[in-house]
Design a protein around this ligand. Structure first.
Ligand SMILES: C[S@@+](CC[C@H](N)C(=O)[O-])C[C@H]1O[C@@H](n2cnc3c(N)ncnc32)[C@H](O)[C@@H]1O
Length: 208
């Protein structure tokens, strides 16, 4: 069966994420800026890169390889169009993490996994991450916390509702125990509350 993400136009996804009640696009862009500046990775890999939100903060004098993977080739085409001139070493690869957990693309110093664990089985995500992270590499995972609010906000964007059918909330305790099982040690955490009272929880791990 085709993955629902292949049927959601990027424009719809981004309109939904930047809707004033959702407010996630801007926050995720700011978080990307913050952690790129803090961690200064030489090689970074974005899981589920969508339209490349936050790539505007890549400093080519610090980060010399940028990888992004996504199941939706159209998203990658648009990301390429947006950033190819700004980031010479931008590698965008069409991969379904669910069927590629052993695929080796790079050994990244930083893997950025924002809002992907909600759509791909947790152990599979960690296996894919372990195939592509360097020793002592850092891993940032952002997950959504609903705080009692329904999972997909009403923004008037119809196509995004199909993502709600495969969305699963990630429990903090399950995430932390899986991270430990796959050799990751938590070193930082922050929570940002969104306009609709949901929040994004962002964890930094280091690979031991
Ligand atoms: C909720 S969006 C998050 C996008 C971006 N990381 C952000 O924070 O705005 C999930 C992204 O993961 C991609 N995705 C979903 N399932 C995937 C899979 N099995 N393999 C690779 N990418 C996937 C979707 O196409 C989409 O771009």
């Amino acid at each position: 069966m085709e993955n629902v993400w292949n049927k959601i136009p990027l424009e719809d996804y981004e309109l939904h994420m930047q809707h004033k009640s959702v407010g996630q696009l801007h926050l995720l862009s700011n978080l990307t800026k913050k952690y790129l500046e803090k961690l200064c990775p030489k090689t970074v890999l974005f899981l589920g890169i969508a339209g490349g939100n936050g790539l505007e903060y890549i400093d080519n004098s610090v980060t010399n390889q940028v990888f992004g993977i996504d199941i939706n080739q159209n998203y990658l085409n648009e990301t390429k169009k947006r950033f190819k001139d700004q980031i010479p070493n931008l590698n965008l690869i069409n991969i379904d993490i669910s069927s590629s957990k052993n695929e080796k693309i790079t050994k990244a110093n930083l893997i950025w996994a924002a809002l992907i664990f909600e759509y791909v089985e947790t152990d599979t995500c960690f296996e894919f991450i372990n195939s592509n992270i360097s020793e002592n590499g850092q891993l940032i995972i952002t997950i959504q916390e609903n705080n009692g609010v329904s999972s997909v906000s009403q923004t008037g964007i119809e196509t995004i509702k199909s993502a709600g059918q495969i969305f699963k909330l990630i429990s903090e305790s399950d995430l932390l125990s899986s991270a430990k099982k796959f050799g990751f040690c938590k070193i930082d955490f922050e929570e940002n509350i969104l306009p609709n009272k949901k929040s994004l929880k962002t964890y930094t791990f280091i690979k031991k």
